[in-house]
Design a protein around this ligand. Structure first.
Ligand SMILES: Nc1ncnc2c1ncn2[C@@H]1O[C@H](COP(=O)(O)OP(=O)(O)OP(=O)(O)O)[C@@H](O)[C@H]1O
Ligand SMILES: [Mg+2]
Length: 599
């Protein structure tokens, strides 16, 4: 996906589309921008005025030397003025930056939020494939890039060009064509060289970015799998893998640095050569008396004034290219289209009874491997449907399809006669509650993790749900009670505890359709029985789908379907399936056997 987008913004061109994208954010605070621009003009005026004051000082001092010492007062006043103007130059610049800071920060906030929202909009497939470490790096660099881009786009490129134009005009007007010509030539050479070299360098910048994201992905992935690394004592291996990525980064950075040397070296050469030419010219004119000493100083000062910003412009151009390369990675995220999308005229789901139907549903994750093949079943309102079958048979997939995490390839899934493809995703997902196979929790306390099931639920409501999920006994044993932090992904809780948090969440959500994907698989028989009772109460009058391996938990289901490699092999209630003597009956016999074997 990424490579595709990278091809769009080739290394040669300047990414104008990114600038166009960022520009509206600059104008969110129009007044601030104009105020900042005002201070910028003041600062520039001060900086163009400086060489003139310098010239007058030198000329005054020159004449003062030749005549009476009483005349010294005038140059002193000028020197003071010089100090004042120099200070104003810096001071106005600071005011400008302070005023404009707000604009940049707001833009970063807006764009950051946009990217975040977009990431949540993307389908499950994207998130299963993403590498968290690399992703966070791309976003981080993108944000820094925007900061840079905004500041320099508004304040440096255009004003510096203006300043340079002004100086050339002054040189031409006061000192003739020669000085202006040399300056112009120097600028053209400088700009041309900078652009060419910077373009050549951009690929190295990209390479370094890519290596940086890759090493970060590696590090994060490795740290997430901390326990596994320890179990297999693979610390050295992990370190090696990380170091390999770091080595790539180092190489990319070296290329980056060497190419920077070429760039800066060439720029310095152009500047030095043209300055020398101008100084020689000026020195000759002072010698033959057509210029004063003050003029010599003025030209020198102007050249400093032109080449320092020019050099700065080179720096800005280079950094901007870098920033754009960084921002591009972040914007590529925005360019990824979600695969599961709402119809433009999508309606909200209206659950009247809660009848769920799968009609001829075919689905594959990958072209070459069908997961569901023409799956048909009806789940009557208020009924309990159990799904059993071998691991990998597609049971959890059914649930993901019901939530519309993926679009089915053919057939239809309907709830109360409404095709889920025609519904808003929010209303669909709001109507279904799930206790998933693997519960992952937020790194927050237990109370907040349960409250996640219903934003804004009161503490009492949350505590009630906790009680129904039989979590209260466990929580009472904790020193910090409901305020206990659960650790990253909830790993500080046991499997059964996590599952009960998930159950409590769902109890709080109280949706009209319930799904339990092995909801009690991590519980011991005693807790399982207790929770089964709680769930039974919860599913009273509610349509529920229960995926289970332990058949004893689903004997009371209204309908049981047996999934076998993507097709429904058997369907019926417990007694019917036992009587049939097929897969289910065999499974049941095996489980009864092992039950009576265990003491
Ligand atoms: N995102 C995915 N991309 C590709 N294949 C997938 C994806 N998710 C699941 N699968 C494959 O689809 C098949 C069905 O998976 P599913 O999770 O539905 O099985 P299951 O019946 O729930 O199994 P279990 O009882 O072990 O939970 C599996 O073989 C799995 O490898
Ligand atoms: Mg499963």
């Amino acid at each position: 996906m990424r490579t595709h987008h990278q091809a769009n913004s080739d290394a040669e061109g300047f990414n104008w589309h990114i600038i166009k994208y960022v520009l509206p954010y600059v104008f969110e605070y129009k007044n601030r921008v104009f105020l900042a621009l005002g201070f910028m003009v003041l600062a520039k005026l001060a900086s163009v005025g400086l060489p003139f004051i310098l010239k007058f000082i030198v000329d005054d001092l020159d004449t003062a030397n030749n005549t009476a010492t009483a005349l010294i007062a005038a140059p002193i006043a000028l020197v003071i003025a010089y100090g004042f103007v120099r200070f104003s130059n810096v001071f106005f610049g600071e005011i400008r930056d302070t005023i404009f800071g707000r604009v940049t920060e707001r833009a970063i906030r807006r764009i950051g939020l946009k990217v975040f929202k977009h990431l949540h909009l993307l389908d499950l497939e994207f998130h299963l494939n993403r590498r968290t470490g690399g992703l966070s790096r791309d976003i981080e660099r993108g944000t820094t890039g925007i900061n840079f881009l905004m500041r320099f786009m508004v304040f440096n490129i255009i004003p510096t060009l203006l300043e340079i134009g002004l100086v050339i005009f002054i040189l031409f007007f006061n000192y003739g064509i020669n000085f202006a010509a040399i300056t112009l030539l120097a600028i053209v050479a400088y700009v041309g060289y900078s652009i060419k070299t910077t373009e050549w360098r951009t690929s190295f910048v990209r390479m370094a970015n890519k290596a940086d994201s890759a090493s970060n992905s590696q590090a994060i992935d490795s740290l997430i799998n901390y326990e596994t690394t320890k179990y297999f004592t693979n610390e050295d291996y992990e370190a090696q893998r990380y170091d390999k990525e770091l080595a790539d980064w180092e190489i990319a950075k070296r290329k980056n640095r060497l190419s920077l040397f070429v760039l800066n070296g060439g720029q310095a050469l152009i500047i030095a050569a043209s300055m020398t030419a101008m100084m020689v010219l000026a020195a000759m004119q002072v010698a033959d008396g057509s210029m004063t000493l003050g003029d010599f100083v003025l030209i020198n000062a102007f050249m400093m004034q032109i080449f320092i910003p020019l050099n700065f412009l080179g720096f800005v151009y280079r950094e901007m290219k870098g920033s754009l390369a960084n921002i591009e990675l972040m914007f590529n995220l925005l360019a990824i289209a979600p695969k599961v999308v709402e119809q433009p005229d999508a309606n909200d789901l209206i659950v009247r009874q809660g009848k769920v139907e799968f009609n001829d549903v075919c689905f594959h994750y990958h072209q070459d491997r069908a997961i569901l093949k023409k799956v048909n079943f009806h789940l009557e309102p208020g009924n309990k449907l159990a799904i059993v079958g071998a691991s990998g048979g597609g049971k959890s997939t059914l649930v993901k399809l019901l939530f519309r995490f993926y679009d089915i390839n053919s057939g239809a899934i309907t709830i109360d006669g409404q095709n889920i493809n025609d519904l808003t995703l929010k209303s669909l997902r709001r109507a279904i509650g799930i206790v998933p196979q693997d519960t992952v929790l937020f790194n927050d306390n237990i109370l907040e993790n349960v409250r996640y099931g219903k934003q804004g639920a009161s503490d009492d409501e949350v505590l009630h749900a906790i009680k129904l999920a039989h979590l209260d006994e466990f929580i009472q044993s904790l020193p910090d009670g409901v305020n206990t932090m659960v650790g990253e992904r909830g790993l500080k809780l046991s499997g059964g505890e996590k599952q009960r948090v998930a159950i409590a969440r769902t109890i709080l959500k109280k949706p009209p359709i319930l799904v339990f994907d092995e909801a009690t698989s991590s519980l011991d028989s005693k807790s399982e029985q207790a929770i089964m009772n709680a769930l039974k109460e919860l599913s009273q009058g509610v349509t529920s789908m229960v995926i289970a391996h332990r058949l004893s938990t689903i004997v009371d289901a209204d309908k049981i379907i047996v999934m076998d490699s993507g097709v429904i092999a058997e369907m019926g209630n417990h007694d019917e399936l036992i009587a049939k003597g097929g897969i289910y009956a065999k499974l049941w016999a095996i489980q009864q056997q092992s039950n009576s074997d265990s003491p």
